[in-house]
Design a protein around this ligand. Structure first.
Ligand SMILES: C[S@@+](CC[C@H](N)C(=O)[O-])C[C@H]1O[C@@H](n2cnc3c(N)ncnc32)[C@H](O)[C@@H]1O
Length: 258
């Protein structure tokens, strides 16, 4: 008799793949786009991702001496913002510099972010690791962030539970992610823009249209804001809330480990 156990499946954009294979497909996407990732990010969002990241940073309010782990941190821009923001507070009030770890499953993305000029003077360490099983001890970080990364993770509940484990008591978690705008006209405009323009732009700038097709599809498959907030609560985060950016094209979710 054949093996009747059916392997779990999961979405990979609009396709369905074996859960055990999703991470490999995601890796192919980011291996392929790593070298042009920052340029493409600016092009497809018309620079707006920088505004969203700055808004997120204002909410995070980094302090001197704090330790950040930026999960799925890619080329490290959020980590640099964190240390620089804490530095401004340090100049006014004193203290020790903040430290950041950029943790990403993909070494190509980490390497693409190495920049001697931008990294100069910053206490920034790059670590290869999976969001589901972070290579950090319990109660280690003051802040954990994940920006445009959680939708690529195979088991998001497992990742959220691990973020909770690694945060210190009193630590805070922030997730910046594309979402579905609640307003119908904006949703239609956004759909038209993202499906017609982004894969084409990706094809021109990186030579890899398929990876950007995956990116826009994966956004549509991501849970709506309320549902994702519920997932944070199930992972034992408290004071969970979210704020829509740009009419809900993007949202910042947060929760505290208490
Ligand atoms: C869209 S990029 C976001 C990069 C950066 N955080 C930003 O905001 O620009 C998604 C990143 O998630 C990483 N990634 C995907 N799955 C991951 C996982 N399971 N664990 C850690 N990183 C992962 C990819 O390698 C990629 O660098």
């Amino acid at each position: 008799m054949g093996n009747m156990t059916k392997e779990k499946t999961i979405d990979f954009g609009f396709k369905t793949v074996k859960a055990s294979e999703k991470a490999g497909h995601v890796r192919e996407v980011f291996d392929s786009v790593a070298a042009k990732y920052d340029v493409m990010n600016d092009a497809m969002s018309m620079g707006i991702h920088r505004v969203w990241k700055n808004m997120a940073m204002a909410k995070i309010n980094p302090q001197p001496g704090e330790v950040l782990i930026d999960v799925a941190g890619g080329t490290g821009d959020l980590s640099r913002r964190f240390i620089t923001a804490a530095e401004k507070v340090l100049l006014r009030r004193g203290g020790v510099p903040a430290k950041a770890y950029v943790c990403d499953i993909n070494a190509e993305m980490l390497l693409a972010g190495v920049d001697e000029v931008k990294d100069n003077g910053l206490d920034l360490t790059r670590v290869c690791g999976d969001a589901q099983t972070l290579p950090f001890p319990d109660n280690f970080a003051d802040v954990i962030t994940i920006s445009f990364g959680i939708r690529n993770v195979t088991d998001r509940d497992m990742a959220l539970a691990d973020f909770h484990r690694v945060l210190k008591p009193g630590g805070r978690f922030y997730c910046l992610e594309f979402t579905t705008p609640p307003t119908e006209w904006l949703r239609k405009f956004y759909d038209a823009y993202s499906f017609a323009v982004i894969p084409r732009l990706g094809g021109i700038l990186t030579g890899d249209r398929d990876s950007y097709q995956y990116l826009v599809e994966s956004i549509r498959k991501f849970p709506k804001q309320e549902k994702f907030a519920g997932m944070l609560k199930s992972a034992k985060f408290r004071r969970v809330n979210y704020q829509d950016y740009s009419g809900g094209i993007c949202a910042l979710h947060w929760g505290w480990k208490v």
